[in-house]
Design a protein around this ligand. Structure first.
Ligand SMILES: *[C@@H]1O[C@H](CO)[C@@H](O)[C@H](O)[C@H]1NC(C)=O
Ligand SMILES: *[C@@H]1O[C@H](CO)[C@@H](O)[C@H](O)[C@H]1NC(C)=O
Ligand SMILES: *[C@@H]1O[C@H](CO)[C@@H](O)[C@H](O)[C@H]1NC(C)=O
Ligand SMILES: *[C@@H]1O[C@H](CO)[C@@H](O)[C@H](O)[C@H]1NC(C)=O
Ligand SMILES: *[C@@H]1O[C@H](CO)[C@@H](O)[C@H](O)[C@H]1NC(C)=O
Ligand SMILES: *[C@@H]1O[C@H](CO)[C@@H](O)[C@H](O)[C@H]1NC(C)=O
Ligand SMILES: *[C@@H]1O[C@H](CO)[C@@H](O)[C@H](O)[C@H]1NC(C)=O
Ligand SMILES: *[C@@H]1O[C@H](CO)[C@@H](O)[C@H](O)[C@H]1NC(C)=O
Ligand SMILES: *[C@@H]1O[C@H](CO)[C@@H](O)[C@H](O)[C@H]1NC(C)=O
Length: 388
């Protein structure tokens, strides 16, 4: 029964979204950009640049819940690489906490362990042919846990890149029990379990077709995995894989000569697979300079629909709006894709239709000095007004 005069309480949230993007560049910078939207128009503006990560930042790992960012310095011209930690202030600027020297060539990192307890970050080292692990204290402090260095018995078919193991990425499986590391040099996806001390132990790997050179991997959570169906051994002793699908990153289209696939991700709603194609220049786009009518070269981004059995249906080849989309990520909703164009020195934010998966033109773009290596969204929702 309603009390007369009380009526209904209507909450009209005018959700203000403060979105920051973090961008790493081989110029030695981690840039914080703010993305603002007004009446459907977006603008990107720079509000902080950090030079603390070292000369060659290659990858960023965000710990959004704890307001921390980890930056990997690949150390392209030094014997060692390094790992830096930052805290993220409420406006998105970064405060450097710690720097630690690592085996050479860290290119990707993932946090694993107890969500509310002891955690660590596992790094994949491309030139160092290794995986390393560093304990996290929850406040940005790092301490050494483990180095695992791999070797190859036989050189793989791709002579220049398969003469030694090249760990290229570290990801966590959807249950959080296993760390997986695509190894481009060894044609393996290495699988690791870990004990209470978060020491990694290598289990049996997924062996790809010789010469595949696996670079990045993504899990399709609810129904298995695109390309390989994964079975969890009941005794926790590892994962087994069966290949269910294989295709070029161009689906039924012709694959351009020299194509070098880059990033792979599953859309936040688990319905689409999105893959970057570098060095294809196949879809020129209008010049971003309105005074110049000459089109610019553009590489591409492929979208596939994920079928429940793990097979893929090709949806779209979209322009990346520049050259070498080395890394990209979406916002939490999935209606924006931030693309790091390594050879254009630009980050573009492309619109994306969440229902159809189709990627559209840029809503904003921003020049960053040097070669862009990683683009992440940091979204802080809330602090919206409640109108009653
Ligand atoms: C958005 O941009 C368009 C085109 O430049 C302009 O006409 C419109 O006034 C802008 N809207 C707002 C709210 O700024
Ligand atoms: C962190 O380490 C890298 C590599 O040694 C170095 O270039 C950078 O200046 C260091 N940052 C700080 C804040 O000491
Ligand atoms: C962001 O916050 C930090 C720490 O509170 C402050 O030092 C800095 O001036 C702020 N930057 C901007 C652009 O507001
Ligand atoms: C630095 O690199 C050397 C040579 O690869 C390696 O032996 C050493 O362990 C590295 N240092 C650290 C702290 O990882
Ligand atoms: C290398 O050879 C050893 C000894 O034969 C074998 O146990 C190991 O599995 C091989 N490693 C690879 C990556 O093939
Ligand atoms: C997988 O697909 C690619 C692209 O069509 C093809 O080149 C390759 O031979 C296929 N691999 C296998 C093992 O069927
Ligand atoms: C880019 O593609 C061309 C062929 O179009 C090829 O010759 C070249 O090696 C490729 N570059 C890279 C870095 O893959
Ligand atoms: C384009 O030309 C106009 C008129 O000359 C000039 O005001 C504007 O700055 C130019 N824009 C760019 C991006 O160069
Ligand atoms: C126009 O753009 C093209 C393609 O990027 C470039 O090669 C050319 O130099 C530009 N022209 C002028 C006048 O800036």
């Amino acid at each position: 029964m309603l009390f007369p005069g009380l009526g209904l309480l209507l909450l009209v949230p005018s959700l203000s979204s403060a979105t920051a993007l973090f961008i790493s560049s081989y110029a030695g910078t981690v840039t914080s950009l703010s993305l603002e939207e007004s009446g459907g128009n977006y603008t990107l503006s720079e509000f902080a640049v950090s030079g603390d990560c070292g000369p060659n930042p290659s990858w960023l790992t965000l710990d959004a819940n704890r307001g921390q960012l980890f930056c990997l310095n690949e150390g392209l011209n030094t014997v060692n690489g390094s790992l830096s930690s930052y805290t993220i202030s409420s406006n998105g600027s970064l405060t450097h906490i710690q720097n630690t020297t690592t085996i050479s060539g860290p290119v990707s990192g993932v946090i694993y362990g107890e969500p509310a307890g002891q955690r660590a970050i596992a790094l994949a080292h491309y030139t160092g042919s290794a995986v390393s692990s560093w304990y996290l204290d929850g406040f940005g402090k790092l301490s050494f846990n483990q180095n695992l260095v791999f070797s190859l018995n036989e050189t793989g078919p791709v002579a220049d890149r398969q003469d030694s193991p090249h760990a290229h990425e570290a990801i966590l499986d959807p249950t959080g029990q296993y760390v997986l590391v695509p190894d481009l040099g060894a044609d393996l996806v290495r699988v690791f379990s870990f004990n209470e001390d978060l020491q990694l132990e290598e289990l049996s790997s997924l062996r790809t077709t010789p010469g595949d050179g696996p670079r990045h991997a993504a899990f399709y959570n609810p129904y298995g995995v695109a390309c390989y169906a994964v079975t969890y051994e009941l005794d926790g002793s590892g994962l087994s894989f069966v290949r269910v699908y294989n295709s070029s990153t161009y689906g039924y289209l012709a694959t351009p000569e020299g194509n070098a696939p880059s990033e792979i991700l599953v859309s936040p709603d688990n319905r689409f697979l999105v893959v970057g194609n570098r060095n294809d220049s196949s879809l020129p786009v209008p010049n971003p300079n309105p005074n110049n009518s000459t089109n610019i070269d553009s590489d591409t981004i492929s979208t596939f629909a994920l079928n429940h059995d793990g097979s893929l249906s090709f949806v779209q080849l979209a322009p990346a709006y520049g050259s070498y989309p080395r890394h990209f990520s979406t916002n939490a909703i999935g209606n924006l894709v931030g693309v790091g164009l390594q050879h254009s020195g630009e980050v573009v934010v492309l619109e994306r239709n969440v229902a159809t998966g189709l990627i559209g033109p840029p809503v904003a773009r921003f020049h960053i000095d040097g070669q862009i290596t990683c683009v992440l969204f940091n979204e802080q929702y809330g602090l919206g007004r409640l109108g009653a």
